[in-house]
Design a binder for this molecule. Structure first.
Ligand code: GLN
Length: 475
């Protein structure tokens, strides 16, 4: 079977009788089996997917099929799907079955998507390489000695290796965009509050958003549009109408880039040269480009890690061994139940973050760290918004390097945290941002470019990204 890049290609072939949902599911199941060494999936929902495919094929014949009929989707293992296991790639949730379905997933199912399985990720979405999973690292399909990025590494590789058409990830500080960049995919984090977090296992609640990883801009926009919108289960979801996007290729935009992002030490020279080429290409296409200064770059990663660890330490306190999840066999009373279950159930990075978060929230240090970081976040929000009042978009490389080697940064948390340098600004400020594939290194590794837009202006963002992608097709 040929490799499809978008749902519209599939729908054309379905209409011509060349494929069916059932044959597509069989194809992807075979691809998943052939590529099991990549470790992208933790579980395949094969029986469910086959049954759903039959149903959707029937609906397509009846003319009653939804907008996602023909789309085979994978979901990250921190998104709940009733009756299916969900573990956030953690031993602490081993064997746990979701008791309800995430609103985002429910809306996709209502439009006849087919869910093929759940994808490996960093434990509780904490990481940038997928090496923090309790179920082993995921390999980058372009070069298996390299990481796929994280934390949605399994979702990104599932799309990269053609194991499904698209996947859902979650993004707190870059976990959709960075793996999308490392695997040559489109990855999108919506405006905070645009997509319901109901059913997403919480990491940093004031940052987390569910979003798509796909091959095409159209699929990204379609999945987003269907998931987005008010959900009474999530008080932080916005009431704003979700408007649908229609492509206008001729529009010209005013684009800013933060000069510190490429002047900073640590950006790989090949990626820097590539980014300059992207800027030249945009100018040649008639867009207006301007360099601006944003002297807060070095504060972003520390600010992000103070706030998200604080939120994580609170969110993860529910995994206590009492009500669900792992309970230590050595638990004897309430204290040993908490201590032993959590010590055995959580991995090293998760423990590091819970301890950091507990520290920054402790009475003696609260003001020095947590309050200070909240103030820094407000400055970053205000200054980012001020730039986006002036420009349509801010553009940057998605990552300072292309996919790094497995093990290369695993023992150095600070190096790993710096992989997020360009991606944390958008969630700190609540803004929407996309990574799109714009090139490859001379070793053939994917390079992503990130475009950040103003709150709730996803439509404009999609339009620009589609224009850019058109000039980089066939990567
Ligand atoms: N790499 C970042 C972190 O470890 C981002 C994770 C995410 O977005 N979930 O927190």
């Amino acid at each position: 079977m040929k490799r499809y890049r978008s749902l519209s290609q599939i729908r054309l072939d379905i209409d011509e009788g060349k494929v069916s949902c059932s044959s597509l599911v069989d194809y992807y199941l075979e691809r998943i089996a052939q590529n099991s060494h990549l470790n992208a999936f933790l579980e395949i929902f094969d029986e469910d997917a086959k049954a759903q495919a039959k149903l959707v094929d029937q609906k397509l014949k009846d003319g009653s099929a939804g907008r996602l009929a023909g789309m085979v989707l994978a979901i990250k293992d921190n998104i709940s799907y009733r009756g299916h296991h969900v573990s956030a790639s953690s031993k602490i949730l081993e064997g746990f079955e979701a008791v309800y379905t995430a609103t985002a997933v429910e809306r996709l199912i209502a439009e006849d998507v087919i869910i093929i399985g759940r994808c490996n990720c960093d434990e509780f979405a904490m990481g940038a390489s997928n090496e923090n999973s309790a179920y082993g690292a995921v390999k980058n399909a372009d070069d298996e000695s390299r990481v796929p990025g994280g934390s949605s590494g399994g979702s990104a590789v599932a799309v990269q290796a053609d194991l499904c058409l698209a996947a859902l990830g979650s993004d707190t500080g870059g976990s959709i965009r960075q793996p999308a960049a490392f695997t040559g995919n489109v990855g999108f984090k919506p405006t905070y509050g645009r997509v319901s977090r109901w059913g997403l296992l919480a990491y940093g609640s004031s940052f987390d958003q569910i979003g798509p990883i796909s091959r095409s801009m159209e699929d990204c926009a379609l999945i987003y549009e269907i998931m987005a919108g008010k959900d009474p289960h999530d008080a932080t979801s916005s009431l704003k109408e979700v408007d649908s996007w229609e492509y206008s290729p001729e529009k010209k935009y005013k684009i800013g880039y933060i000069k510190e992002t490429i002047e900073r030490e640590g950006i790989d020279s090949e990626l820097k040269a590539h980014f300059n080429e992207v800027l030249d290409g945009l100018k040649a296409d008639g867009h207006e480009i301007e360099a601006v200064s944003f002297p807060y770059l070095d504060y972003m990663v520390p600010c992000y890690y103070v706030l998200t660890t604080a939120e994580a330490s609170s969110n993860l306190s529910r995994y206590s061994g009492m009500l669900y999840g792992h309970r230590s066999s050595e638990a004897q009373d309430i204290d040993t139940t908490f201590i032993k279950s959590r010590s055995e159930g959580f991995g090293e990075e998760v423990k590091r973050r819970i301890m950091t978060g507990t520290f920054v929230l402790s009475a003696d240090y609260y003001d020095a760290y947590y309050t200070k970081a909240q103030k820094v976040r407000r400055v970053i929000q205000n200054e980012s918004k001020a730039l986006l009042d002036k420009f349509d978009f801010l553009i940057s490389p998605t990552t300072p390097t292309a996919a790094f080697k497995l093990g290369e940064k695993a023992s150095d948390p600070i190096q790993m945290y710096l992989a997020d340098i360009y991606t944390v600004q958008a969630p700190l400020a609540g803004l929407p941002a996309i990574s799109i594939p714009t090139g490859r290194t001379k070793d053939g590794l994917a390079i992503g470019t990130q475009v950040m837009g103003n709150s709730f202006e996803e439509k404009k963002l999609f339009n620009f990204c589609k224009q850019v992608l058109e000039s980089y097709e066939n990567l």
